[in-house]
Design a binder for this molecule. Structure first.
Ligand code: AMP
Length: 341
């Protein structure tokens, strides 16, 4: 029977497909395991690449193999850096990889489109997977390992553990995308266990994600340092994102409103405007470009709680999220006063 994409929906705390999340993951894995598929075929395997794309970096899909090689390198005193990604790599990812290569002896980049962080109806199936191009880019950047696990490698049959980072997960992206941060925290912890690096690199582009990962690392005493690098933008200010390929030319122009709203927020912040006024202005800027706004807020960068005033607040971050057609984009900016610049 030809493979049919499964419909996911959410029941209580897990995705279900007929029976359970496990059924879904197993189904995904059966489709994916051990098969090399072309990069544009139905996107279940994360391990589909042609051998000529993998020349210098070691492409590994077996977690145990990666783990033993990482431990071996560390036993020789080598410092290992790790950049977790979902692939469809762009300059934002490359900036993290370059930083890791510059600061570490060996670098792992994982490419894994993690099913558990996609809510039902989201773009898991159509998420871009140009694996050959990704491997070529990573080879040119000098990474040592490219980890491309199949779904079953990380979500083994019978597995039943999920990581919940309460508090910062509940708001903003967490409120909009049911189960998203549980999926993120779970896969990041799994990846850290399989690839026990000394330091991991994340992008400020996903600001809330960095808060959650840091919280998890602190709460669970994970022996890994988290480094966050600034958002890389296109020349017109649009934050680079693997999802930008979904935008039509017109939507791509409209997407500038995200960055414009954040620049405007910073100007207002410096002038002493209230978080409410800033939020309202960001909303208006986005709406003028026909962005359907999910949220536009000024928050405390640690708790992610809404700020009520800009007096005596050492740090603040503006977060925006919205949709252009079917495509959902997020962006953020730390709000700095002239003194903090
Ligand atoms: P993703 O493949 O979208 O899961 O992203 C992998 C990592 O790259 C995450 O830590 C992201 O925050 C980071 N990243 C994505 N886009 C950018 C960007 N434009 N600038 C900097 N980092 C980014």
């Amino acid at each position: 029977m030809p493979w049919q994409p499964l419909r996911l929906w959410r029941s209580r705390d897990c995705f279900v497909c007929g029976e359970s999340e496990k059924t879904l993951l197993t189904a995904l894995s059966k489709k994916a395991s051990g098969k090399i598929m072309s990069s544009n075929s139905f996107p279940l395997s994360n391990a589909s690449y042609s051998s000529d794309a993998a020349s210098t970096a070691k492409v590994v899909s077996d977690g145990a193999v990666l783990r033993s090689q990482v431990c071996e390198a560390q036993a020789l005193g080598r410092r290992v850096g790790f950049v977790p990604t979902m692939g469809a790599l762009h300059e934002g990812h490359a900036s993290l990889v370059r930083a890791a290569v510059a600061e570490c002896d060996d670098v792992i980049v994982s490419i894994f489109v993690n099913p558990t962080q996609f809510a039902p109806g989201e773009d898991f199936q159509r998420y871009p997977r140009p694996i050959d191009a990704d491997i070529r880019l990573l080879n040119s950047l000098g990474v040592r390992w490219i980890f491309v696990p199949g779904v079953l490698e990380l979500y083994r049959t019978g597995e039943s553990t999920r990581v919940e980072v309460h508090g910062p997960s509940a708001r903003w992206e967490g409120a909009m995308r049911a189960g998203h941060f549980s999926g993120v925290a779970t896969v990041v912890l799994k990846l850290f266990m399989v690839a026990p690096a000394n330091v991991a690199y994340f992008g400020a582009k996903d600001f809330q994600q960095t808060v959650i990962v840091r919280q998890m690392v602190a709460d669970l005493f994970l022996p890994i340092r988290i480094v966050v690098h600034p958002t890389v933008r296109e020349a017109d200010g649009v934050a680079m994102s693997s999802r930008n390929v979904y935008l039509s030319p017109q939507q791509r122009v409209q997407a500038r409103a995200f960055h414009e709203s954040l620049c405007c927020a910073e100007r207002l912040w410096r002038d002493g405007a209230s978080p409410d006024l800033i939020a309202q202005t960001m909303c208006e800027t986005l709406s003028r470009s026909q962005v359907v706004v999910d949220y536009a807020v000024v928050v405390d960068p640690e708790t992610l709680e809404l700020l009520e005033t800009n007096c005596h607040v050492p740090r603040a971050v503006a977060l925006v999220a919205g949709r252009l057609g079917q495509t959902r984009l997020i962006d953020n900016r730390e709000l700095l006063t002239n003194d903090q610049k």
